[in-house]
Design a binder for this molecule. Structure first.
Ligand SMILES: NC(=O)c1ccc[n+]([C@@H]2O[C@H](COP(=O)([O-])OP(=O)(O)OC[C@H]3O[C@@H](n4cnc5c(N)ncnc54)[C@H](O)[C@@H]3O)[C@@H](O)[C@H]2O)c1
Ligand SMILES: [Zn+2]
Length: 353
């Protein structure tokens, strides 16, 4: 077991039964009400593990919402606030998020606004939530097509990372988290990338120390720049293109998982880095190989590609047809705010054809 502080949250890594969660509940919340916030999958697969092994949660209320990003809405938040009010929860009671990034983001948001902020802890159950969403204090919900449009920075008191929850996570979701793990390694740790690039995530169980390494990379980056004024933008690698792809496909019958979109984004943005001579051709090929062996990349046509820059508008400096990207200046080394000509972006997008 290990633990450290990420900004205002204590992050505890290890088997839940050995992390002292029961003691902590008994010492601080014995007389308090508790609520466990789950989606339909974590209710089925994760809640029994929590309730059966941790003392002190026998009488917790359960608030279940349907699974899926489409439910990360204000309407559902409102119904949860109504339930908390009906159960007569106060600010000093405890809100427990048990789920993936959707539950942690939304539960963090709900608990931070209820009566100006009630106590909250996260127990992330997806790989993506363990290495990414549960670290760094960003909470929020979507508004129509705008992802994470409403939100606040807010920190759970504790984040408990137990990789045993991954045993029931579908492979497709493991792969979504893997994209963020590759991203963390690419922007910050060449040795870690060398370990990941040779690993077959489809047929093996991810070692705990890699999950730990990946979340430590995120931790170190967000700690150095909590409000994203500079260095935190390293985490945007793969995401400018990734978000644009997700955006174009949103609400179409071919919508794409975030992790898979980021994998496409990593490939294109590595290509931009190559075209600007920041990566050698060998380095680009290593990245291309690790992406294509794990992700089932989609082939797009010219028409689709031509729509992407429109969605990258927000990153665009309007005057002179240039974009700002986080790129790589070598494997394990990210570089923020690189100004890139639209023509270079178009050339790099050709890898998607
Ligand atoms: N706050 C941040 O810094 C941050 C960073 C990255 C992503 N996010 C957010 O995280 C969300 C994506 O996270 P996600 O990929 O975990 O999505 P998710 O929470 O929707 O989980 C993916 C799927 O896996 C299921 N699931 C989760 N744990 C399970 C388990 N142990 N066993 C079986 N099924 C399980 C869920 O029910 C869901 O169907 C997005 O909303 C994104 O905006 C936030
Ligand atoms: Zn992401």
């Amino acid at each position: 077991m290990s633990s450290f502080f990420n900004l205002q949250s204590e992050v505890i890594i290890g088997n839940l039964t050995q992390t002292g969660l029961s003691n902590w509940l008994n010492n601080h919340y014995a007389e308090c009400k508790k609520v466990i916030f789950v989606d339909s999958n974590t209710m089925e697969y994760c809640l029994p593990l929590l309730i059966n092994f941790i003392d002190g949660l026998e009488n917790a209320e359960i608030i279940e919402i349907p699974s899926g990003e489409e439910n990360k809405t204000m309407e559902i938040c409102f119904s949860v606030w109504e339930s908390l009010t009906e159960y007569e929860f106060t600010r000093s009671d405890l809100f427990i998020c048990l789920g993936g990034g959707m539950i942690c983001d939304m539960g963090g948001f709900i608990s931070s606004l209820y009566k100006r902020g009630m106590n909250c802890i996260y127990i992330p159950t997806s790989l993506l939530a363990m290495v990414d969403a549960s670290i760094g204090g960003k909470t929020g919900i979507d508004m129509g097509p705008y992802k994470n449009h409403l939100g606040v920075f807010s920190f759970p008191k504790k984040v408990y990372i137990d990789i045993d929850f991954l045993n029931t996570l579908p492979q497709r979701e493991i792969i979504n988290g893997w994209a963020e793990m590759l991203k963390h390694a690419l922007v910050a740790d060449a040795d870690h990338y060398t370990a990941l690039e040779n690993f077959d995530v489809k047929d093996s169980i991810i070692p705990l120390d890699w999950v730990e390494k990946s979340l430590m990379i995120k931790h170190e980056i967000v700690e150095s720049d909590p409000k994203e004024s500079g260095r935190r933008k390293l985490l945007n690698f793969g995401h400018t293109i990734g978000h644009a792809i997700e955006g174009v496909l949103l609400n179409s019958e071919h919508s794409m998982d975030h992790g898979l979109a980021v994998a496409h984004g990593i490939l294109v943005e590595a290509k931009i880095s190559r075209l600007l001579n920041r990566l050698t051709s060998e380095e680009f090929e290593r990245i291309e190989k690790s992406i294509t062996k794990t992700f089932e990349l989609r082939k797009f046509d010219e028409d689709f590609i031509s729509k992407l820059p429109l969605l990258m508008r927000q990153d665009k400096k309007r005057k002179d047809n240039k974009f700002r990207f986080t790129l790589l200046s070598g494997i394990g080394s990210g570089e923020i705010d690189v100004v890139v000509d639209e023509s270079v972006v178009f050339d790099a997008l050709q890898v998607l054809l």
